[in-house]
Design a protein around this ligand. Structure first.
Ligand code: AHN
Ligand code: ZN
Length: 326
């Protein structure tokens, strides 16, 4: 019987000793879960130091190698998914989705994902002269990746009871801007996710749910219950928002409705049917954008990242993961 127990467990706790399981019923809390915001911040700064990670550039190439190496250094099993994709403006992009797995053989899995590419144009900038410049994308790209990398570092120190897949998705942000005259299609966004969803990195891949982190480091960020997330994964939204509240983060994770956001989670939901939610800012009173003042501007740089926001998101998600049982 011990063999069966070992076969269905994913590691993290020692098999076979009744005393261990009996004393393991304390739920993780903000004080027991470790997440270093300085570390997450340094992972964000490192990405921005490559320059804008726009597909088909050297910075994009260099950063992809660093991300895969970093994830591997934290003990994840790595799959690199290389692919070409075509944008709304008929550009062919050479792309890579980067997947790092913990407890790879465990059938019960959770996905943490974020796009890692940078938008090629700062076309929401108040200064028109900046509209053709690329975005540093400290928040819109690097922040989610930085938080996930720090979570990965913690997962190596303390294994979760389930499988976790960290997925860095490419080519999210090459959607049409305000000058575009044609039909706005949702499929112009999230090109890397659409590729992964149609070609999962493992045959027959399934997960319990997916959590997307998009722009999780901006000063003044607030996260409302995004509407596609509620539509497809209400229980996951409840779990994450309730966990955040239990840790004292209800001023960031608001119990109010956001909008419908076309983002990577939309394609995970519609293509794979894995329930996927989006942690994305919703600031309806912000004059520049509902995503915050730096969205698709030259101001989306490391100076506008708030470590307290990184910490709230990181601790919430690590707590959710450590509470997950098979
Ligand atoms: C739209 O603006 C339609 N979707 C936002 C998706 C996005 C862009 N996330 C980050 N950058
Ligand atoms: Zn963007």
């Amino acid at each position: 019987m011990t063999v069966l127990f070992v076969a269905i467990s994913c590691g993290g706790r020692k098999a076979g000793t009744a005393t261990v399981t009996a004393t393991k019923n304390t739920e993780p809390t903000a004080t027991t879960v470790e997440f270093c915001a300085d570390s997450a911040f340094s992972f964000i700064r490192k990405q921005t130091c490559f320059g804008p990670r726009v597909p088909n550039t050297q910075a994009h190439d260099d950063c992809s190698i660093w991300l895969a190496a970093r994830l591997a250094s934290f003990g994840a099993d790595i799959v690199l998914q290389n692919f070409d994709t075509k944008t709304f403006d008929n550009t062919t992009l050479k792309c890579v989705n980067i997947i790092g797995s913990y407890n790879p053989d465990c059938p019960t899995r959770v996905i943490l994902c974020s796009h890692w590419d940078s938008r090629p144009w700062a076309d929401n900038d108040s200064d028109h002269a900046n509209w053709k410049k690329p975005v540093d994308a400290a928040n819109d790209g690097a922040s989610g990746v930085g938080v996930i990398l720090e979570i990965a570092r913690q997962l190596q120190k303390k294994a979760p009871g389930i499988g976790v897949d960290c997925i860095f998705l490419d080519a999210e942000d090459w959607g049409p801007g305000p000058d575009f005259k044609g039909n706005h299609l949702e499929t112009y966004w999230g090109l890397g996710t659409q590729h992964w969803a149609k070609n999962p990195h493992k045959q027959g891949y399934r997960a319990r749910y997916a959590i997307l982190l998009d722009m999780v480091g901006g000063k003044g960020a607030q996260f409302a219950r995004e509407k596609y997330s509620v539509m497809y994964g209400k229980q996951v939204v409840d779990k994450v928002w309730n966990t955040a509240a239990s840790l004292g983060y209800s001023s960031l994770f608001k119990q109010s409705d956001g909008g419908y956001i076309t983002d990577d989670h939309y394609f995970i939901n519609t293509i794979t049917k894995i329930p996927a939610i989006d942690i994305v800012p919703y600031l309806p009173k912000c004059k520049e954008s509902i995503f915050g003042p730096t969205w698709h501007t030259t101001q989306d740089n490391i100076d506008n990242i708030d470590k307290n926001v990184l910490e709230a998101v990181g601790k919430t998600l690590l707590t959710v993961i450590y509470n997950e049982k098979q």
